[in-house]
Design a protein around this ligand. Sequence first.
Ligand code: MRU
Length: 354
Amino acid sequence: MVEAIWTTTDRDGQTLVHLIDQRELPSREIELLCRTHREMADAIREMVVRGAPAIGISAAFGIALGAQEETAPTEGLAFSNHMESVAVTLGQTRPTAVNLFWAIERMRPVWQKAANLPPAERARVLFTEAQAIKDDDIERNRRIGSHGQALLPQKATVLTHCNAGALATGGYGTALGVIRGAVEAGKNISVYADETRPYLQGARLTAYELTSDGIPTTLITDSMAAMVMAQGRIDAVIVGADRIAANGDTANKVGTYGLSVLAREHGIPFYIAAPFSTIDPRTSTGQMIPIEERSAREVTHQGERRMAPEGVSVYNPAFDVTPARNITAIITERGVFSPDELSAYLSGSGRAAS
Ligand code: MRU
């Protein structure tokens, strides 16, 4: 299975972080090397690596790179100040996926505790933590896959949007993890993948991952989703998430909200698959989730070719918010929750998930 992020060590003992350059897929499988936290921040901002959990893992490795850059034996406060500025740089890359901030928060006590260690040692400790975040994410995804596959019948066709696969995570995927889990459980699963305008994560990445795995996949343009649902071709919609608010409202790739309305209209279950690192208890409702706006060029151009007239105004929100009322269930590594059950669980009053 394709891997988004991995590390190697060079002759001088420096850790290098490798990213598969997702901008080039599926035409070319090339990698981009990050040696500094600024290179990692650029890679996140420019979509070399994308997808909420993968952004968080990359930020964690970016923090470790930031520690490795500080070769002088600066101690205590000086090192912590350096690391805070590294965290600010990484935290300014993409605003919606909460996993970015979650990962920085998880790294903070580690760099604070390591502040007085020798430079090589504190970088080692931080790379170890970043690797643990990645390994832990894969494990969470496998549990999401196992909980989620139980929701699917023996033969099912799933519609998904954007890419919530191995490329968007430490590995295995969330929404695609559920699909992989069902296939591993011996179920007969086929997938409709929305192309996901304007950035085409569905066409370029999801179709690439699923066809590489040999999972039967049909690519459609986003505007065909209503038709394939009306034709009775879809048994479940499963998507990932960039941030889940405390009330269950969920930000995901723009177009997800529309799919949820369509699923409701056609009586099709609508599932979100995401780890707890994507749940933000401090954001009470979806209205509070910051939505990234991306460049007009993503809408006006296909590759180098202009598809819209010069001077037209463009609105390009990268995400939308699906209200909790349209979500059948949220599939997590801790089990499957209805949005209400998740809210109760987060407030400490709920039962354990089913
Ligand atoms: O803009 P992107 O490609 O980072 O958006 C990705 C998505 O919206 C994914 O569905 C989401 O991050 C979940 S990835 C497991």
